[in-house]
Design a protein around this ligand. Structure first.
Ligand code: NDP
Length: 334
């Protein structure tokens, strides 16, 4: 069975020095354990932080140890009463083709008749993140203007649609024409800003003539800077991520927060959050997300790479913006 491990901490975007593949033997199964076959692996932007040796909300990956993250797997063998061979489960697990785990490290997945991959996207961590960040912190209201950055990604695609359902006007910031078409034509966003096309300021003025009431922050950097002057009084800014800074090299000086003057002037509420803060309300979110998907009211995409060896490429693709919707690696069929 293959495993992907961290070989060297990257400085900037990970490259061929960063990762290594290794063969490992599956461990013997003991009472209380499951043997799992990995079906889908989730690559997520936050994993970049764990590749650095920095103090954060999750501990760094260790050099020589496997990477880990969201996995959907199938039970091959069970020595636990509540699980049987064939069950589909989800967990935060080492990036391996097979894992032997204690049963309390995974939970059964209700796929609602959809592909099990959705448990890593719209009906998983990114969907929950979009829901809580937008609905509990952003709190959009009818007629307000909501802007979502990384709007065609796993979190952004859901966050924008949830805002739209409240009757807000929703504008998405994206890196390509294809993504702009996706969010406006397929997801029903009111407008798109293509930040790579230049003249962000003019694009924002045109798409947000009444200012911005909620800015769902996924990217930070220059995009954030362009947004701040447009924030209306009492705007809300759920700070979900800042992907534009994740691959800054050690020698690249971050200019630091440049937002304070605007927060004060416009009495903006800006709040960082982690999806895990809302664990007690996951049920509420799953219900809204699953019902939205079943009713065809929440549309989503997945970009799926095939094969264990594509994990590094799929991960880096998050930073070049190659994905529409949730970026995943399919390892094998159920
Ligand atoms: P996405 O599916 O949105 O993939 C990342 C996207 O970010 C890319 O497709 C790309 O789209 C965009 N991007 C990459 N680099 C830049 C850049 N330099 N400037 C602007 N846009 C860029 O990822 P997720 O939906 O999984 O995550 C989105 C954000 O949410 C991330 O910041 C992540 O860290 C955060 N997050 C936070 C959580 C929390 O609990 N707080 C939980 C989950 C995610 P484009 O082509 O448009 O540039």
């Amino acid at each position: 069975s293959q495993q992907l491990l961290l070989k060297m901490r990257p400085n900037g975007l990970p490259d061929e020095q960063t990762f290594e593949f290794r063969h490992v033997e599956a461990e013997n199964l003991e009472q209380g354990e499951l043997l799992l076959k990995t079906l889908y692996i989730s690559v997520d932007p936050y994993m970049r932080g764990r590749m650095s040796n920095q103090d954060s909300y999750v501990e760094p990956f260790q050099i020589g140890e496997p990477l880990a993250g969201g996995i959907v797997a199938q039970v091959m063998e069970s020595r636990v009463d509540d699980f049987k061979s064939g069950d589909i489960v989800r967990g935060n697990l080492p990036f391996q083709e097979y894992n032997t785990v204690k049963a309390d490290n995974v939970s059964k997945v209700n796929t609602h008749g959809l592909s099990p991959s959705t448990a890593l996207g719209v009906l998983g961590m990114p969907g929950l993140t979009a829901y809580f960040g937008m609905m509990h912190i952003g709190e959009p209201k009818k007629g307000e203007t909501v802007v979502v950055s990384a709007a065609a990604g796993a979190v952004g695609q859901i966050a924008g649609q949830l805002a739209k359902q409240t009757g807000a006007r929703v504008v998405g910031i994206v890196g390509s024409k294809e993504k702009a078409d996706y969010i406006t034509e397929k997801l029903g966003f009111d407008a798109a800003v293509e930040y790579k096309a230049g003249n962000l300021e003019a694009q924002l003025q045109k798409t947000c003539p009444n200012g911005i009431d909620v800015y769902y922050e996924n990217v930070g950097g220059e995009i954030g800077d362009a947004i701040w002057p447009h924030l209306n009084n009492f705007a809300r800014v759920p700070v979900c991520g800042a992907i534009s800074s994740y691959n800054l090299k050690e020698e690249e000086v971050d200019l630091g927060p440049r937002v304070q003057q605007f927060l004060i002037k416009s009495r903006v509420k800006m709040q960082g959050f982690l999806v895990g803060d809302f664990a007690k309300d996951y049920k509420e979110a799953y219900k809204v997300l699953a019902e939205g998907v079943s009713a065809g009211k929440l549309i989503f995409e997945e970009t799926i790479h095939e094969g264990f060896e594509t994990i590094p490429k799929a991960f880096n693709g998050l930073f070049t913006g190659e994905n529409i919707g949730k970026q995943l690696v399919k390892i094998t069929e159920a």
